[in-house]
Ligand binder design. Structure first.
Ligand code: A3P
Length: 272
């Protein structure tokens, strides 16, 4: 089927294929098909869903530590010895279970993704210039893009089925981590008890999953990558800040991205 689909160059390896409206690498298309055909979802299943570079690593860590908070000691926690990717596995598909989604200002997503792409690109290829990446991103051509359609689909699903889809924003989690973690625990069906509130369990989880904590665990300082995952654990941690775009984008680029965002999200109730 792949040769029949529209193709584009990718930001890192492989080509991108336009499949059901989105730009997906070939393994992602294969994965979605396999899941659609063979995976039997259980109602208790939870899917962490994001557009790349919106905070997947952070949300994986938060969900894992909320759900398993009574199984592990915070001082000797699996998140201190494994990257969040190894604890909440990679998965593709659309299923009738619960989704937690995290979105982020497209300007920061673009900058984060551009840095990430240049780390991931095979050494034989020239670096991807900021200008070329910007042009592709604006046209919607990036892994799992268009960015706006990705977020909008989950936004609409969260409005329609708030018990099935929780829509978070990276900026909100940064600003109010305690409130967002309480909301997340409630959505996951494991709200914090008064005793846990007294014991500062919420603050423990926020601290354990913070950028400073996760990026400083030895396991996440490693740059070694396996053949299966051509990216090191440290590559998932760069700055972890809101608004780093000011250091990279020209006023023209900012104007263009803001314009696309406004146009795409107009009248949807979803904004940044
Ligand atoms: P920056 O490149 O802006 O620093 P993803 O996990 O979806 O690949 O997203 C990666 C982005 O999330 C990177 O953004 C990374 O630094 C940031 N990030 C990773 N872990 C984080 C954490 N625990 N808290 C906040 N941001 C985090």
């Amino acid at each position: 089927m792949l040769p029949t689909l529209p193709q584009s160059k990718a930001w890192w390896f492989d080509h991108l294929f336009q499949y059901q409206g989105f730009w997906i690498p070939s393994f992602g298309i294969r994965g979605s098909m396999l899941i659609n055909d063979h995976f039997k979802p259980r109602s208790a299943d939870i899917i962490v869903a994001t557009f790349p570079k919106c905070g997947t690593t952070w949300l994986r860590a938060l969900v894992f530590s909320i759900i398993n908070r009574n199984s592990f000691d915070f001082s000797d926690h699996p998140l201190r010895n494994a990257n969040p990717q190894e604890l909440v596995l990679f998965f593709e598909g659309y299923l009738p279970c619960r989704f937690v989604y995290i979105c982020r200002d497209p300007k920061d997503v673009f900058v984060s993704k551009w840095h990430f792409a240049n780390k991931l690109r095979p050494k034989e290829l020239p670096p991807l210039s900021l200008e070329e990446a910007f042009d592709l991103f604006c046209k919607g051509v990036s892994e799992y893009g268009p960015f706006w359609d990705h977020g909008l689909g989950y936004w609409e699903a969260s409005v329609e089925s708030p018990k099935k889809v929780l829509f978070l924003k990276y900026e909100d989690v940064k600003k109010e981590p305690l409130g967002c973690v309480r909301k997340l625990a409630g959505f996951l069906g494991v709200p914090f008890t008064p005793e846990e509130e007294n014991n500062e369990t919420v603050a423990e989880i926020v601290g354990l999953c913070s950028f400073e904590s996760l990026s400083n665990q030895n396991v996440n300082k490693s740059q070694t990558s396996s053949g299966e995952r051509p990216v090191g654990n440290s590559d998932f941690f760069r700055k972890g800040e809101v608004g780093d775009w000011v250091n990279h984008l020209s006023p023209k680029m900012v104007e263009k991205l803001n314009q696309i965002t406004e146009q795409k999200l107009q009248g949807t109730g979803f904004n940044f």
